[in-house]
Unconditional design. Structure first.
Length: 157
């Protein structure tokens, strides 16, 4: 295997978290708005995801809002949030694959609108299976999958 493992990536903070001002003609400001933007460390996403108990769910937007508030920022970087949540999920699966029990329940973290995440280990099928095992009902809309009434079981961080 070449490159770093997902667990190495998870624990490599590269000077993060960092809050930086985004504004003016900056491409990010045009896309996401101006203000103090948080780039959280990958491990912070993992820690937030580990707080979601069985039967409860959270969306990436809620995690991002929680981390922004924690660091007194206006918002978080959308791009790194998606990347780091994916790293946390894959790092968890790496640990399970070698027999460790410190699993992150990544399947409980949904995309916006309650959508399942095709980039998680095992793809949609595995996330769907794990969510259904916890009592959630999944529906397909076009090519995408969603948890029905996910708002009723959102967990507050």
């Amino acid at each position: 295997m070449s490159g770093k493992s997902f667990n190495e990536k998870l624990h490599n903070s590269k000077g993060l978290p960092r809050v930086q001002f985004v504004g003016g003609d900056d491409k990010m400001a045009k896309r996401f708005g101006s203000g103090n933007m948080l780039i959280a460390a990958p491990l912070e996403y993992d820690e937030a995801m580990k707080k979601i108990p069985e039967g409860k769910l959270i969306t990436t937007d809620e995690i991002r809002a929680y981390l922004a508030k924690k660091h007194k920022a206006d918002f978080t970087c959308h791009l790194t949030a998606g990347i780091f949540i994916n790293i946390a999920a894959n790092a968890s699966q790496e640990r399970v694959n070698i027999g460790r029990t410190d699993r992150t329940p990544y399947w409980r973290t949904l995309k916006k609108g309650g959508e399942l995440n095709e980039k998680y280990p095992g793809g949609i099928d595995k996330q769907k299976f794990l969510l259904e095992m916890e009592g959630h009902e999944i529906i397909k809309k076009g090519r995408r999958y969603f948890v029905i009434n996910f708002e009723r079981v959102l967990h507050q961080l």
